[in-house]
Write a protein that binds this ligand. Structure first.
Ligand code: BES
Ligand code: MN
Ligand code: ZN
Length: 499
């Protein structure tokens, strides 16, 4: 879909539909909306009086314009309360509008800014949200249920001289939206079609298309690297594991390298500690961290920012085959530390131990990892908020700030020193589970044990937001593409990261 900005007056835009955002408790008696409603003969105000139009978040209506303005019809979309409007809501409002238009013969849409945010932030959010709202996973539907995508979105900005920054904002928004949708397609793909080798092939195609350095390691190379943790988890599966590495060297004079590490369990059965059927459902999404990294690398490959970036993805299935690792097994990760596998279902942290070690061997100075790591994080924060942990605090703060810019919701959990006792092993350097209590924290503390002194590290537990089984007005059931936006903003702003 093409996304452009325009300073045309809203009444003059010839589009299939003109979308106008409405705040709760505000009417059509003032400002730009009053002028527009005047042209429409006061229909919007009358509909508001009938409660057919309201500013309640995501409430929508469609009104034929009958030749009174250049657009064929007007769609209103509720934005909620003006003072609650932010980078998250704007994206969701735009996505809800796009979803409302799907199937309505609206191949060109124009979107009026609400003025609830600085223009550039709102343009970014509208572009990104509208693109996200087009997403449909209909690849395996053979009937005529498929709805065509809108062809163009014109974002209407206030008249003024400086269109350049707004054009950039629209472009970033569109690219992040497309990258998130790309990540969603990888996640939504059925698990036996998105195996570790297929995921690696996707990464190769991405690397080739965008000119990224790329390496993919299979079992023999992993043996040589000493990646016993990743190899161990893969042992219960007929599918061979892959370690996927993508690299963009954009700043030869900069000693810093940002590494994004994404958990790539293409299916998590639990292994010998087999999950019950209700918990196994949806476990094709256990490579959502990997998909977010690939999505972000796509934007980085296209924009080629002056930053050194690494993408590292350990990919395997977690299956209970006859060669599977057993509770009580000990594995040696890259870097030499040993870990005891107490529970084979805590496999994400095990494969990440190798990936974090490898990223540091390649010179990572700043790491952010994304993983659908713990069910406990869903219990703590629900399906809309990711867990954030890490050290030093300045780096955690930076991730927090960039997530805010991207409109992604996070909440920080602590990493208390004394909780490390919970994952002490009798036989190895560390064990992979610490009991039910504080499960998200002990998961993160396990990862932290594989981070070297002086390396900045942040961990995002995206178990809740990565994949949802209840649709929202702005989101269908399935993969969400969470994390892509935060990674892109973290990268584009990396040069300004305080040292
Ligand atoms: N992939 C799961 C975590 C998960 C659960 C993600 C639900 C998304 C939705 C992870 O590998 C896992 O199984 N974690 C265990 C850890 C436990 C054994 C310490 C969990 O959360 O139960
Ligand atoms: Mn598991
Ligand atoms: Zn898992």
């Amino acid at each position: 879909m093409e996304v452009t900005i325009s300073q045309q007056p809203p009444a003059d835009v010839a589009a299939d539909v003109l979308v106008i955002p409405i705040f709760e408790g505000e009417d059509f008696s003032q400002g730009a909306l009053a002028a527009l409603d005047g042209r429409l003969g006061g229909i919007l105000a009358r509909m508001a009086g009938w409660k057919d139009i309201s500013g309640k978040a995501y409430q929508s209506s469609m009104v034929p314009a009958e030749g009174r303005i250049a657009a064929a019809r007007v769609a209103t979309i509720g934005c909620g309360k003006r003072d609650a409007f932010d980078a998250t809501i704007v994206r969701q409002v735009a996505a809800a509008a796009a979803r409302r238009l799907a199937g309505h013969s609206a191949s060109s849409a124009a979107f009026l800014l609400s003025g609830g945010l600085p223009d550039a932030a709102e343009v970014r959010g509208v572009a990104e949200g509208f693109v996200r709202g087009q997403y449909q996973y209909d690849k395996y539907k053979t009937g005529d249920e498929k709805t065509p995508e809108a062809e163009s979105l014109t974002i209407l900005t206030p008249a003024g001289p400086a269109a350049g920054p707004l054009e950039d904002a629209a472009r970033i928004g569109r690219m992040v939206g497309e990258a998130a949708n790309y990540a969603r397609r990888l996640i939504d793909e059925p698990p036996s079609r998105m195996t570790p080798s297929n995921l690696a092939d996707e990464a190769k195609a991405l690397g080739a298309e965008f000119g990224l350095e790329m390496e993919v390691f299979g079992p023999e190379e992993l043996q040589k690297l000493g990646a016993e943790a990743l190899l161990g988890v893969s042992r219960g599966s007929a599918e061979p594991p892959r370690l996927i590495v993508l690299r963009h060297r954009g700043a030869l004079g900069d000693s810093r390298t940002l590494a994004m590490v994404g958990k790539g369990i293409t299916f998590d059965s639990g292994g010998l500690d087999l999950k019950p059927s209700n918990a196994m459902e949806g476990m094709k999404s256990d490579m959502s961290g990997a998909a977010a990294v690939l999505g972000a690398m796509r934007v980085i490959g296209a924009l080629k920012p002056a930053v050194n970036v690494l993408g590292v993805i350990p990919a395997t299935e977690n299956m209970p085959g006859s060669r599977a690792i057993k509770p009580g097994d000990v594995l040696r990760a890259i870097g030499g530390k040993t870990l005891e596998v107490d529970n084979t279902d805590a496999e994400g942290r095990v494969i990440l131990a190798d990936a974090l070690g490898y990223a540091q061997n390649l010179g990572a100075t700043h790491i952010v990892d994304l993983a659908t790591l713990t069910g406990a994080c869903i219990v703590a924060l629900g399906n809309d908020i990711s867990g954030l942990m890490g050290a030093p605090q300045a780096w955690v703060d930076r991730v927090w700030d960039m997530a805010k810019v991207a409109g992604e919701r996070l909440w920080q959990l602590p990493l208390p020193e004394d909780y490390k006792d919970l994952i002490k092993s009798e036989v190895a350097d560390i064990k992979n589970v610490g009991g039910r209590a504080g499960g998200t924290i002990t998961g993160a503390l396990f990862l932290q044990a594989f981070i070297k002194e002086g390396v900045a590290w942040a961990h995002l537990d995206i178990a809740g937001p990565a994949f949802i089984d209840k649709a929202r007005p702005y989101l269908p059931v399935g993969a969400t593409g969470v994390g892509v936006g935060t990674l892109v903003d973290l990268t584009l702003g990396f040069a300004e990261t305080p040292r």
